[in-house]
Design a protein. Structure first.
Length: 174
């Protein structure tokens, strides 16, 4: 009779996401995940081939969690921006890993769909991808700076975010 499975890929990835938020990418190791799920590290290799695969699975799960939030925000650019920002604030390391080499392309494509739909509604089919890229570049840069504490000139960062969202939206439609 085969030995019963003591963990699942879903449990491994969930543990990986938790560890990532506490210890960052350097702390996301097979050993750390094994300890969290209560198995020996070699057992994880039945599910994931190596640390790179672990990082890719955690990145994909983070992207999928973001995608679910974006999907529930609807087709309003401002609502998408707020969902994106809340995710980054609540999962800063998960947000960062989405922009690493570990992030699977198919997961990134899925996460782009809500924004492309919203951009299409705002600017039409011909300019939707360009508008989505513009918005993503601005929002990602803003959030990376916010997360790293780079806004040091004073002022209200929330107000600056709202200003950016409104100006970008107005610029895309004007």
């Amino acid at each position: 009779m085969p030995t019963p499975e003591r963990t699942s890929t879903e449990e491994i990835v969930a543990a990986g996401r938790e560890i990532l938020e506490v210890a960052g990418p350097s702390g996301l190791t097979m050993q750390a995940v094994a300890e969290r799920v209560g198995v020996r590290a070699p057992s994880l290799y039945k599910r994931l081939r190596d640390r790179d695969a672990l990082h890719a699975a955690v990145a994909a799960a983070s992207i999928d969690a973001l995608t679910a939030r974006l999907e529930s925000a609807g087709d309003d650019i401002a609502a998408l921006a707020h969902a994106y920002r809340r995710f980054a604030q609540e999962h800063p390391e998960g947000f960062r890993i989405m922009f690493s080499i570990a992030a699977p392309h198919d997961a990134l494509e899925r996460s782009a769909a809500p924004l492309i739909r919203a951009a299409t509604a705002l600017v039409g089919d011909d300019d939707a991808l360009d508008a989505a890229r513009l918005f993503t570049a601005w929002a990602t840069g803003f959030l990376q700076m916010e997360l790293s504490g780079a806004f040091r000139l004073g002022g209200d960062v929330d107000r600056a975010f709202e200003y950016g969202v409104s100006r970008l939206t107005a610029g895309m439609t004007g």
